[in-house]
Design a protein around this ligand. Sequence first.
Ligand code: FE2
Length: 318
Amino acid sequence: MTIIQPRSNTRNDWPMAINAKRKKRRPMEPTVERLSDKCVSVSFAPSGTEWTVPVLLASDQHFDSAHADRRLIKKHLDEVVEANGRALFLGDWFDSMQGASDRRGSKSALLPQYKRSDYLNALVEDSVAFLEPYAPYIAGWAEGNHETSILRHTEFDLLGATINELNLRTGSEIQRMGYSGWVFIRYLQYSSGLIDGTKKIYYTHGSGGGGPVTKGVIATNRRATFLPDADIICSGHIHEAWSMEMRRERINCNGTVYGETQYHLQLPTYKDEFAGDGSGWWHETGKAPRPMGGWFVDLGRKKNNNFWTYKATPRRAE
Ligand SMILES: [Fe+2]
């Protein structure tokens, strides 16, 4: 099998080397590979009919915000570790709005560990300390608008610094990913050496405000049109939560028709700005409470007439 080396996690240095040597892994360990600049694959080796593993899709943690629910972040990551699943972070891990150059900032909103003149370094250090036990379980980490904003205004790459530090400390191979991209979930059959039943996840961190009434649902039809290959399409950014199933009829080259479902998932947030004493910008602008957490995709399989069929079923992480 041709293997492409993961690209560097420094944003401006993403070379690819084909046929590069890779470390040998234990067969049962999910394998993460970069297939292209825009696509990462995570390969699992299922065994038995009861096999099931969760993949966590999480965005908008806003980890360094005083409103972030760190216990919920930990709870979901602990579930991933327990089941030897994998996590995908899909933008806005950082809130990072309290820097000197940010007009939205307020020093009174800072957590104590960030009250330093090297604020951005403090953000990286705190996230690394929290994520170190979870680093081997994070397959991909994409940027959101809060990270690209810091890069634009301060020329500091928060994600690159955090991912590189975690990879150096733990030997993990977290893949740095762009604002949008693909993650393939693949199933390795070691008996036959086949890769079968690939599930294709398209993600974008998201854009726009979502709309207080429509909550971003209208985007599903637009995305379904230009992303026909995706089994799951997910986005974050607007701090809402919903799923929508689009059933499709497909036909193969023998004229046999079959049905399949494309799932659209809206990833909520881990930041609760509604909580508190009812004062502040959130309440002055009439904003509603937001759903918290993320989505799991439960991978599983079952045998039909001697053939395995593979499933990827969304479940709210809350
Ligand atoms: Fe965002």
